[in-house]
Structure formats: C-alpha cells, structure tokens
Design a protein around this ligand. Structure first.
Ligand SMILES: Cc1cc2nc3c(=O)[nH]c(=O)nc-3n(C[C@H](O)[C@H](O)[C@H](O)COP(=O)(O)OP(=O)(O)OC[C@H]3O[C@@H](n4cnc5c(N)ncnc54)[C@H](O)[C@@H]3O)c2cc1C
Length: 454
C-alpha cells in the first residue's frame, strides 16, 4: 500500500510571515483536506504593525490595528501558546500554554516565523527606562503615558518639572522613529486645546539619530523632506549624535548633553529572538536563522524559516538579504506556502526573488513620503496614498470599515484623549467605599463618612 506523504505543517509565530504562510497554504491546498496546518502564537491576534503609530497617536482605536487570528482562518488550527523547544530528531515542538500546561506538537514541516526583538546596543539603562514601539501593549502604554504626562503638566507649578514632563525623546531616526516622532508630536499638539494651562511652545519632541541623516531606507531628497517637515512642526531633529544612556528623569546624549525627560521611546535596534538562539537551529553567528533562497534551514529536514527571524538571501542582489519589512514577509510567505506544497507533491521548489515595490512613511497629520517604483511622492499625496494602500492591505473588511470610520471621526472631532484606565473596582474599593461595618465610635474617619452620607 502506498504510504501517504507527510502533510502536517506547524507554524510558529502569528505575525506577517506566519499568518500569510498559513493563509497561502489554505488557499493553495483548498481541495486537499489531508494538509493540516497548525499555527502557534503568543497572542491570539495578528498585529498590523504599519498602523501601530496610529494607535499611539489615538487616530484609530486600540483594537482596530489587530485581527483575531481565529477569524482569519477557514481550516487552519490556531493555538495560543509559546514555542519553547524543538526536538529536531523526533520532529516535535514543545508549546507552553497560558494556563501553565504544555504539549508536544509533531510536525512534518516546521515553519519558524517568530520575528525579532528590539536591540539596545548593550545599553542596559536604556533598555530599563525606554518604551519600545513594537507591540500593541507598547502602543497602548505610550498613548496612555503621553496623556498622563499632559495631565501632570497641566497642574505642575515648578517650571523645570513641567518642562521635564512635556519633553519626549525618540531614539532612532529610521522608519519607526520618524513615524513615532511625527505621530507623538501630533497627538500632544492636537490634545493641547483641551489643556488650557499648557502652551504649544511648552512641548518638546526630540528625535535623535546617530547617522548624518534620517531614514536610511529612503533617498537623500525624501529624507531631507522628512527632516524639514518634522522641524516645521516643531520636532527638534538631531542627527550625527546618539542616545548614550537614560534614567527615569533624563536621557543622556553622546556629546554630553542631558535632556531632562520622563519619556524615551526607543526604536533603533533589532536583535534576534532568544528562542531562535536556544532552539538548536543553525544561525549566522549573530543569532539569525540561516536559510537558502527556498527558505530551507540547512541540515534540518522539513524545517523552514522566513520573515524577520531569518536571513533570507536576496536573489536579485547576491550577498545581500531581504530587509525586515512586512511587504517582504508577505511575499516570502506566499513563496514558502508554494514550496511546502511542492515538497509534499514531490515537485521542485522555487527560489524567492522579490524587488521592493516601494515604501511609504507618514510624518504625522496630512504629511508623508514615499517611493512607488521610480516615482517619489511627498506631502499630502504621500499621506493619502499611505492611508489608501494600508487600508486596502489591512486584513478583513470589518477592520477596514472600523479604521475608515475612526479616520473620519478623527478628522471631524479631533483626538480622543481619554486614558484607558485598567484598574478594577476592587483596587479602589478601600479608598472610595463607605465601610459596610460601622467603625467604632471615636474613629475620626467615622465622622467624615457619616457626613458624606447625609
Ligand atoms: C511600529 C512598526 C511599524 C512598521 N511599519 C512597517 C511598514 O509600514 N511597512 C513594512 O513593510 N514593514 C513595517 N514594519 C516591519 C514589519 O512589521 C516586520 O517586518 C514584520 O512584522 C515581520 O513579520 P514577522 O512575521 O517576521 O515577525 P512579527 O510580525 O514580529 O511576528 C512574530 C510573531 O511571532 C510571535 N512569537 C514570538 N516568539 C514566539 C514563540 N516562542 N512562540 C510562539 N509565537 C512567538 C510573536 O508574538 C509575533 O506574533 C513595521 C514594524 C514596526 C515595529
């Protein structure tokens, strides 16, 4: 009897690379229900990172930049958990569940798509005090924190302390740093009409970049446009210098200057994932998984890797690697899905080749830059293209409608500056509630409370 070919695909990571690999297999193997896809990820949602800065600046609701993974799949199975180890000999992955239990997942094809982490160039103080801009939690925290600082500054009488509260430092002038600086500046300035004791000139957003110019991803002309546009909106852009350290009250700059501030947003470095370094797969010496142009991990049968966690060779530029970008991760995923199915059928796989279509970045309200093939755009046109393109790329109609509605409401009514308080009633109970048992007479609090009652 002919044995059936191995068809269990286990995908680790629910970001662009993992989700689109699962979706690609679902679509391409629609007629073959013997193909089983399981995706394991730490969160039960897919984060659309290009819109993360819009969450920070309160332009869209916190849940509109994410999609529940279970709603994205038709057949693939989703498991919320954290991959903890791989047994390459027995072809199993250990997964830890949120309830503390664990299971072993067997695979015929294993896809590593766990992304990367933020790097701090060995600066532990920066790591300790900075806020990163990578996860949904980061965005919610940063938005809340900025609003909290406005509330504190609104009642602060000491001018030096007030200046400290109203100074925001962003470390790193790449893609994310520029978008964060632009959006944070926008959030704070657009909130100010509601804070009558704070003047626009009291607020300072500082963007610090080590290299001689911003945005190495773009050409000189667009990078200069971005720098001028940010400066025109009051952002203090400092190039040729770097963040050298941080405490909870200041950021030290390389030239010796110290900026008093309560906020350092760190967007500068990327570092390999710790799971990748201890799971026993071959890495390039720096901790990135090495793969060939077909996404195969060498000497590990049935193991594939893609996206930000892997060094995927750039087929069009020998010696170079694919950049850590969502648009690349999506195309890689499409090719990997085809390669896995080809392997199951005993057909040849194809190497990945992809040329970046273009890039778009927002600089805050109504402003942006971008390249679309040979075309360069800046200003309102780039901003409008950014919105149209990313709205179209956002998965699921429901979320597109929600984001489009958020944008419209934002244009008409301005930013929502309510903080998302997450304390529970039980936490304030002792402070707020009148005790159910009457306090002993003589207790001074007894008088106060009885007065409150009447
Ligand atoms: C703020 C921001 C804005 C960006 N804007 C753009 C943009 O405009 N255009 C663009 O092209 N790119 C952009 N990027 C880059 C893009 O987001 C990344 O290149 C892309 O997310 C990489 O996809 P990935 O699937 O490899 O990794 P990720 O998206 O990071 O996904 C990794 C997933 O793996 C999960 N995971 C990690 N460890 C484990 C484990 N042990 N077990 C199970 N699951 C695990 C994580 O929780 C996560 O869900 C942006 C990035 C950021 C941070």
């Amino acid at each position: 009897m002919e044995s059936s070919p191995p068809r269990r695909v286990l995908i680790l990571g629910g970001g662009f690379a993992g989700i689109y690999t699962a979706l690609g297999i679902e679509r391409m193997a629609r007629a073959d229900d013997r193909v089983e896809v399981t995706l394991v990820s730490r969160e039960n949602y897919f984060l659309f990172t290009p819109m993360l800065c819009e969450v920070i600046s309160s332009q869209i609701d916190t849940t509109h930049a994410i999609n529940p993974i279970r709603r994205m799949f038709r057949r693939a199975r989703f498991v919320e958990g954290e991959a903890d180890g791989i047994d390459l000999q027995r072809r199993i992955v250990t997964v830890l569940y949120p309830n503390g239990q664990q299971d072993a997942y067997p695979y015929d094809h294993l896809v590593l798509a766990v992304g990367a982490t933020t790097g701090f160039f060995g600066m532990q103080d920066v790591q300790q005090h900075a806020i990163t801009a990578k996860t949904l939690g980061d965005a919610i925290y940063l938005r809340n924190w900025a609003i909290e600082l406005l509330e504190m500054a609104a009642v602060e009488k000491d001018p030096a302390l007030r200046a400290e509260l109203l100074t925001f430092v962003v470390g790193g002038g790449g893609f994310t740093g520029v978008e964060v600086a632009g959006e944070l500046n926008d959030l704070v300035h657009r909130a100010l009409p509601a804070y009558r004791t704070i003047a626009p000139s009291d607020v300072r957003v500082v963007l610090v970049e080590m290299k001689s110019r911003l945005l190495p991803e773009f050409n000189e002309r667009l990078a200069t446009f971005a720098m001028r546009a940010l400066r025109a909106r009051g952002v203090d852009v400092r190039v040729n210098t770097a963040v050298a350290g941080a405490t909870d009250r200041e950021v030290r700059i390389k030239d010796g200057d110290a900026i008093p501030t309560r906020t350092l947003v760190w967007t500068s470095g990327v570092a390999p994932h710790a799971f990748v370094s201890h799971c026993g797969l071959p890495t390039d010496g720096k901790g990135w998984i090495t793969v060939d142009a077909h996404f195969r991990v060498p000497n590990c049968a049935g193991v594939w890797a893609l996206g930000d966690c892997a060094r995927v060779p750039d087929g069009l530029h020998p010696g170079k690697f694919q950049p850590a970008l969502a648009q690349h991760a999506i195309r890689e995923a499409h090719q990997l899905a085809a390669n896995i199915l080809a392997t199951m059928r005993g057909e040849p796989t194809r190497p990945f080749r992809y040329r970046t279509m273009g890039q778009l970045a927002t600089l805050g309200h109504f402003n942006g830059i971008g390249t679309l093939g040979p075309l360069q755009v800046s200003g309102f046109a780039a901003w409008a293209i950014w919105r149209t393109y990313y709205l179209w790329r956002l998965p699921r109609l429901e979320k597109r409608l929600r984001v489009a509605t958020d944008w419209t409401v934002d244009l008409l009514f301005g930013r929502d500056i309510s903080q998302i308080q997450t304390y529970r009633a039980s936490e304030v109970q002792e402070h707020d509630a009148i005790p159910e048992v009457a306090p002993a007479s003589g207790d001074p609090k007894a008088r106060d409370r009885s007065q409150t009652r009447t």
